[in-house]
Design a protein around this ligand. Structure first.
Ligand code: UD1
Length: 419
């Protein structure tokens, strides 16, 4: 298979305006949810990224028809015939697991191999399975094949023992067409869950959200709708951090500012300045020079774990000592080893990283996961000299037109064949 790399010339402050892409983590559960109705749903602003392409392939495999017309994506779900997802497709992305909830709702059964996705920790699915059981489904693991059966799911009260974004979404998907009322407690509060509920409500679902409690009255049938995918708070945060690491001045149109408060607060403390003008987030990073005292990842509205690696790269460019604690995924400091190749002084002790920032220099580095890869691109943009990032397939799972956006912001990043 052909290998591609990003070739980056660094040490150029990013300046200019870019539009924020549609949200990956919002649209993936919505795509799974579209099989809960039997007509044709239309998505606007769907990001053109590998994870979406993979989810569409799975939907096509089980019987949906997918077509693109300009900016619009149509998914027809009149005939969903299969309930088993092949290992080759399921293994390519974590979100394939969301089809278990949706297939239970539509077909009363589902079967798939363990889902793939970024290697950032163990990522079990026990919480998903427990929630399905609470709704009356039987689900078991047969030598690595997850089999779920649940014709006539029955609404129930269920409290998640630990908070999980994916398990919350999966339980909602299974419950919207179950009989009777479901009340889910200790749900994740990430904005993408609210967006999924908005989408389901637009298809006729009856869902009430109240903080960590979500109540659903099951409906026999949902109907098609047209839905605009909201902007990606993690992609917007990535660009904010890239602007900050290069001490640039960028504008992000359509940035979901209200969902970015933890990052913006931190950015302000570090010396960055921002304002919002007619839906555009203006970021001035020229005076950014303060290291981060202690940043700790946590569930929303806390600092997102998905921005921890990019933030690590930013801290590596700031003189002084910054501290970052990862509390969600146990193996999410993988980018640190690659950043060290660029001269970063990052010391890891368990879930804590201490960064002594300074000047980075270009190097050949390997992206090993999506957000860790973004950290390497950011470091490359800030570094003196040339950086070559391989393993870019990880980045292309979640970032749309990455090189094009960098060029638009005056940076230099070219995608080319590895030699
Ligand atoms: C989602 C996001 C991901 C983000 C993460 C945390 C998508 C497609 N992905 O991932 O970008 O980093 O939320 O905000 O939306 N856990 C269990 N058992 C389970 C499920 C999860 O122990 O059954 C653990 C995980 O190992 C992890 C923690 O719970 O330590 C949080 O994971 P979860 O919120 O489920 O993350 P994802 O939904 O996989």
């Amino acid at each position: 298979m052909e290998q591609w790399v990003y070739e980056i010339d660094g040490n150029i402050p990013l300046t200019g305006e870019a539009k924020v892409q549609g949200s990956k983590n919002a649209v993936l559960p919505m795509l799974a949810a579209s099989i809960l109705q039997t007509g044709c749903v239309c998505f606007r602003n769907c990001p053109d990224i590998e994870d979406v392409r993979c989810m569409l392939q799975i939907l096509q495999y089980i019987g949906a028809r997918v077509r693109k017309e300009g900016e619009e994506l149509y998914i027809s779900c009149e005939q969903i015939e299969k309930h088993e997802i092949p290992a080759k497709l399921a293994g390519r992305m974590r979100s394939s697991v969301l089809l278990v909830g949706a297939l239970l709702g539509r077909m009363g059964e589902a079967a798939m191999r363990y889902p793939g996705g970024c290697v950032i920790g163990q990522r079990p699915i026990d919480l998903h399975m427990e929630a399905f059981r609470a709704l009356g489904s039987s689900i078991w693991d047969q030598e690595g094949l997850i089999i779920a059966k649940g014709c006539g799911l029955q609404g129930a009260a269920y409290t998640f023992p630990r908070v999980s974004v994916g398990a919350t979404e999966n339980a909602i998907l299974a419950a919207v067409c179950a009989r009777g009322e479901t009340c889910l407690h200790n749900c994740a509060r990430e904005p993408e869950i609210g967006h999924l509920c908005d989408f389901l409500r637009k298809m006729g679902a009856d869902i009430k959200e109240n903080g960590a409690k979500i109540c659903i009255c099951g409906k026999k049938k949902l109907h098609p709708c047209t839905f605009t995918v909201p902007a990606d708070r993690i992609a917007a945060g990535t660009w904010l951090i890239a602007g900050a690491a290069t001490r640039g001045e960028i504008a992000l149109s359509g940035a979901p500012v209200s969902e970015m408060q933890a990052l913006l607060e931190l950015y302000g403390k570090m010396g960055g300045q921002y304002e919002v003008k007619s839906g555009t987030l203006l970021l001035h990073s020229r005076k950014l020079s303060n290291p981060a005292a202690l940043v700790q990842t946590s569930g929303y509205p806390g600092f997102p774990t998905d921005l921890q690696s990019p933030f690590l790269a930013l801290c590596a460019t700031i003189n002084g000592k910054s501290c970052i604690r990862e509390t969600i995924f146990e193996d999410r400091f993988r980018a640190a080893a690659q950043l060290r190749r660029m001269g970063a002084d990052i010391r890891i002790h368990g879930r804590d990283a201490t960064v002594y920032g300074g000047i980075l220099t270009g190097a050949e580095v390997l992206a090993e996961d999506l957000r860790g890869g973004a950290a390497l691109v950011i470091a490359g943009l800030a570094a003196h000299g040339h950086t070559k990032v391989s393993g870019i397939g990880h980045l292309e799972r979640g970032y749309m037109e990455l090189c094009g956006t960098i060029e638009q912001l005056g940076g230099r990043c070219i995608r080319q064949k590895a030699n």
